[in-house]
Design a protein around this ligand. Structure first.
Ligand code: CTP
Length: 398
């Protein structure tokens, strides 16, 4: 029902917060990936640990993390971008009022403002509260503002009274969620396709404190991932050690070494489209020391051995219809080297760039890409985001 779909579950401080844990499980059983945002008062009803254990992801509560100030405070932007649907269940009268008035005093209300995905609100409260003039007015306003609303059901409430105010049955919430997700699904040339994008450098450790790597920032891979998503692709980002909160926008998996990347990508060999933008080290130290190498040992030589070539392996083991896109970073004979990579690695497209060209290559915000296939050649220049969109629009015309 929700295979490949990402649902952000917002939990606010009402007694039905305990039911949100079961709702999460129902979404998971239906195939969804879940992240949870709680309001501070919701944590008085259920612990964050319950939701982080069930969702297998950290739970966001505060915009600023006092315990870990270095942590990104921009989750509301990135998680809102990550989700296909934001379900707030239960939603208290207080959070409802804040949303109607555009307040952003906690992570949940901030994410509501930042989210571009559809939002489903499931108000639950005591019957008297539900019928109060203020709540009635807010419910009317929130529907007019374009939010989806699921009316509470009647039944036995925590106050001991039978009235309207209960969280609807899970089946009802799931059915409404499916309808909304279907209605809002991006219809593009990559809709329904599994797209895996690799980004960033690898690290090849010599000892616990030293490694061989390269200056890749991962920006090009992230831009390709964003472009693939805007064409409807169901994107998985497989990234190396990069300093970017943008990874939060995707379902992501991380690697350190070329060996790790190889193992991860073997599991993704069934993808419909693979974009290998990662800057993979071709070599690793033949010996990796488990303890720090001390300097009193004097001069010594490091023997290097070859890493597995993930893209070549993917080319040799490709499934029918799969599109393989590689990158080539060159300093000379750009076209010849890039063309050689096409056939050597048995791939469909190669995005080649020249490291010595101004505004191209590692860490820059811009790039010039020579896109080559066996019978096509095209050049794109501009920001990495614009170039990525043009490349994918060219390869996958709508
Ligand atoms: N790549 C890979 N595994 C490696 C090396 C590279 O999967 N061990 C992928 C990169 O992600 C990129 C493409 O192969 O998409 C080209 O990588 P590059 O290092 O430029 O090419 P090589 O074939 O390694 O050739 P050379 O280093 O000799 O230019």
């Amino acid at each position: 029902m929700f295979s490949g779909k990402r649902i952000l579950l917002g939990v606010t401080g009402g007694i039905a917060a305990y039911k949100a844990a079961y709702l999460l499980r129902e979404f998971q059983k239906a195939g969804a990936e879940i992240r949870v945002i709680m309001t501070p008062s919701a944590t008085r009803f259920v612990g964050t640990e319950t939701f982080s254990a069930l969702s297998r992801h950290e739970v966001a509560v505060d915009v600023f993390n006092n315990e870990n100030p270095s942590e990104s405070w921009t989750k509301h932007i990135h998680w809102g971008e990550w989700a296909d649907l934001f379900v707030i269940a239960p939603c208290t009268a207080n959070t409802l009022a804040k949303i109607v008035h555009g307040q952003s005093d906690n992570m949940l209300t901030s994410t509501v403002l930042a989210a571009r995905c559809p939002i489903l609100i499931c108000p639950t409260m005591d019957g008297e509260m539900y019928e109060s003039p203020a709540v009635s007015a807010n419910l009317t306003k929130i529907s007019e503002m374009g939010f989806y609303l699921l009316e509470p059901e009647s039944g036995y409430l925590a106050s001991g009274i039978e009235d309207k105010g209960r969280l609807p049955e899970f089946g009802v919430i799931l059915k409404k969620s499916v309808e909304i997700v279907k209605k809002h699904a991006i219809k593009g040339p990559l809709t329904g396709k599994k797209v895996v994008v690799t980004a960033g450098p690898t690290r090849e450790f010599l000892d616990p404190v030293r490694f061989l790597s390269n200056p890749s920032s991962g920006k090009m891979g992230l831009a390709m991932a964003e472009a693939a998503r805007s064409l409807g692709g169901n994107v998985t980002l497989v990234h190396g050690p990069i300093q970017s909160a943008l990874t939060e926008r995707f379902h992501s998996e991380s690697f350190v070494s070329a060996d790790d990347l190889f193992e991860l990508m073997k599991k993704h060999a069934d993808a419909d489209v693979i974009i290998m933008a990662a800057a993979v080290a071709d070599f690793k130290p033949a010996t990796s020391h488990s303890n720090k190498v001390k300097k009193d040992r004097g001069n010594f030589q490091i023997e290097l051995k070859q890493n597995p070539d993930t893209l070549k392996w993917l080319g040799e083991n490709r499934k029918t219809g799969q599109v393989l896109i590689g990158f080539a970073m060159e300093t000379e004979h750009l076209k010849e080297n890039a063309l050689a990579k096409l056939s050597k690695k048995n791939i469909d497209w190669v995005c080649a760039n020249n490291l010595t060209e101004a505004g191209a290559g590692f860490g820059t915000d811009t790039n010039t890409i020579y896109l080559l296939s066996k019978d096509t050649e095209k050049t794109f220049s501009g920001t990495k985001e614009a170039v990525s969109r043009e490349i994918l629009n060219f390869i996958f015309p709508g």
